[in-house]
Structure formats: structure tokens, C-alpha cells
Write a protein that binds this ligand. Structure first.
Ligand code: HMG
Length: 304
């Protein structure tokens, strides 16, 4: 494998996906007030990008049904992007009614996952995005793109990097300003991560790519470090390591934001996020959910 060493960046942007990717899988009811508090705690900790919710079918993901109300009630802190996931024009229109200013579309690199997650083929999903992208362009709304299963699929196993690159390129050419590559089931390793960015980076500038790592196999931080070496400087993470994917059985949450921040702080990379405030945001939502904190940094901080 040929890899190109790049100096570590001075600044990294963390995309906080806890309120969406983190909570979407929770079976118990979570009040709008608790979701609002989580988003506000995160922006107060210095996160500049928070994915607040999604405008998907409530039959498919019931936990996200109150997203419009969450958007209505959060503090809209200047300089913070509050985004929502939208799978189709219907979701986009609902997001616009709720005053959302940035959305994300999501496709998969594996056919089986695409069917399970959004009930259509990869090609059909990309077709569905066309009217959404047109509407977003007309209304001056930025659209981020996700590709799932970039380092493995729960139904198909290995996913060729070329297949990921093809889907990522379509999303980019369609107008997504940034493509987040999702290791949905957390099977990726540092070597495979570098090879993936090397392949996808042939068609898309690396400063338009982001890494989205789930931590199922405990490899997420290693994969982030490998991505940094490939010139990637945007990472999705979830406070307290919340989450999982409703359509990827056994997948654990995203890498914990606190753990990523600890890594980046240790490398002298600036994020603008305050670790203790972030830990407290995670501790609070874990109390609400009655679950253990998935961040090792938060657990160490608590017992120190
Ligand atoms: C995409 C659909 C809607 C297709 O679902 P479908 O059933 O094929 O859609 P349809 O167009 O046939 O419509 C069926 C019903 O859904 C409604 N509907 C249609 N669209 C919407 C909408 N936007 N909002 C609300 N309702 C909607 C529509 O109105 C209709 O209602 P009915 O007439 O039966 O009452 C469905 O499969 C869906 O909502 N899937 C969501 C899946 C999801 O949210 N997955 C988790 C997020 S992806 C993820 O976590 C991965 C990521 C991004 O984090 C990265 C990674 O880790 O890999």
C-alpha cells in the first residue's frame, strides 16, 4: 500500500452527532427537554457543529420523531451549525419548515445496507437526492453527504474501496460540500483506513472528506490517527460514545467525542472545545438514559 505522510493539522473540526446518531437507537422515550438540554450543553462546551436530529420516517426511526420541536427549542448560538439528516425531499421540506439551515443526506456503499436502511438501492437513493439537492441549492442550504459501510457491511462483509469511492464521488458531484465516510460497524483498522482515504482521495480533495468511526472493535481512535496522517481534519463523534445503528445489529456507538478531544489535545491540535464541559454534557445525558458512559476519558475523569 502506498501512503503519503502529511503533517498533522493545527485545527480539527469535530462534528458532534450524539443527539442524532447517538440517540436514534435508544428504545426508551427521551423527552424533547432532555434532547434540547444535550444540544445546548454541547454548544456551550464549544462544539461548532451539532447534528441535532433527523427528518426520516417515524415508523422507521421513532426516536427522531420530535426533531422539529427540538430545533425550535434549542438555543441557536452564533457560529454553531445545527444540522439534520434528511433522506428525501419530504424530509428536506420538513426540515426547512423547522428552520434547519444545514442538512445531510446518506447513502451506503453496500447494496444490502442501503435496502435495510432506506428501503432502496444505492442508485435509487442517489436519484432521490437529486430533487433535494436542487431545492437545497435554490434555498442556499448546504448539504453534507454520508456514505455508510465504508470499511465493512453487516450483511455483505468486505466492501471494496472503489465502491466507496464511486458513491462518495457521486454525492460530491451532486453538490455535497463534504463527504463523511462511515465505518458503520466499526470493523475498520488503521491500515484499511489509510488505504480507503488514499483511494477516495484520488477523486475528492481530502479537505472535503471526513471520518465517521464507530468503536465496535475499539479501533476508532487508531483510525482517526491514521486519517490525520492522510490529511483528514474533520471527524464525526458522539458524546459519551452514544449510539449504534438501527440497521447494523451489534454496532456500538460512535467514537466518544471526549476521547477524540483528549487525543487531539494531546497532539496540540486545536478544536475550540472544552474537555471538562464536554464530559459533563456526556455524564448528564448518561444519567438521563440510565446507561454507563462509553467514553473512557469520562470514566477516568470521574474516578480521578
Ligand atoms: C427513507 C425512508 C423514508 C424510505 O421509506 P419508504 O417506506 O420506502 O418510503 P415511502 O416513500 O414509500 O413512504 C412511506 C411512508 O413514509 C413516509 N415518509 C417518507 N419519507 C419521510 C420522511 N422524510 N419523513 C417522514 N415520513 C416520511 C411517507 O409519507 C409514507 O407515509 P405513509 O403514507 O405510510 O403514512 C425510510 O426508509 C427512512 O426514513 N429511513 C430512515 C433510516 C434512518 O434514519 N437510518 C439511520 C440514519 S443513517 C445512519 O445512522 C448512518 C450514518 C449516517 O450515521 C453513518 C454511518 O454510521 O454509517
Amino acid at each position: 500500500m502506498k501512503t503519503t505522510a502529511i503533517a498533522l493539522p493545527q485545527h480539527v473540526r469535530l462534528v458532534e452527532v450524539g443527539p442524532r446518531d447517538g440517540l436514534q437507537n435508544e428504545k426508551q422515550p427521551i423527552s424533547v427537554a432532555d434532547k434540547v438540554r444535550l444540544v445546548d450543553d454541547l454548544s456551550a462546551a464549544g462544539l461548532e457543529y451539532v447534528e441535532v436530529g433527523s427528518f426520516v420516517s417515524p415508523k422507521w426511526v421513532p426516536q427522531m420523531a420530535g426533531s422539529a420541536e427540538v430545533f425550535e427549542r434549542i438555543q441557536h448560538k452564533p457560529g454553531v451549525t445545527y444540522a439534520a439528516l434528511t433522506p428525501n425531499l419530504q424530509g428536506f421540506e420538513a426540515a426547512m419548515l423547522a428552520g434547519v439551515k444545514e442538512v445531510a443526506v446518506f447513502a451506503a456503499a453496500s447494496e444490502a445496507f442501503s435496502q435495510k436502511n432506506i428501503n432502496c438501492s444505492i442508485a435509487e437513493s442517489l436519484q432521490r437526492f437529486v430533487p433535494l439537492m436542487d431545492a437545497a441549492r435554490e434555498q442556499g442550504i448546504r448539504v453534507r453527504g454520508y456514505v455508510s459501510c465504508v470499511l465493512g457491511c453487516p450483511y455483505e462483509g468486505e466492501v471494496p474501496a472503489q465502491q466507496v469511492a464511486a458513491v462518495a464521488r457521486e454525492l460530491f458531484e451532486m453538490g455535497c460540500y463534504e463527504i463523511s465516510l462511515g465505518d458503520t460497524i466499526g470493523t475498520g483498522t488503521a491500515g484499511k483506513t489509510r488505504a480507503l482515504f488514499e483511494t477516495v482521495g484520488r477523486n475528492i480533495p481530502r479537505d472535503k472528506l471526513a471520518g465517521h468511526f464507530h468503536d465496535t472493535y475499539g479501533q476508532a481512535l487508531a483510525n482517526i490517527y491514521a486519517s490525520l496522517l492522510e490529511g483528514i481534519h474533520v471527524f464525526d463523534s458522539s458524546v459519551a460514545g452514544l449510539g449504534g445503528c438501527p440497521y447494523a445489529k451489534g454496532a456500538s456507538g460512535n467514537v466518544a467525542s471526549e476521547d477524540v478531544l483528549y487525543l487531539l489535545d494531546g497532539l496540540g491540535i486545536h478544536t475550540g472545545i472544552e474537555l471538562e464541559a464536554l464530559i459533563q454534557a456526556g455524564e448528564r445525558i448518561c444519567q438521563v438514559l440510565g446507561r454507563d458512559n462509553g467514553s473512557r476519558v469520562a470514566r477516568a475523569w470521574r474516578s480521578a
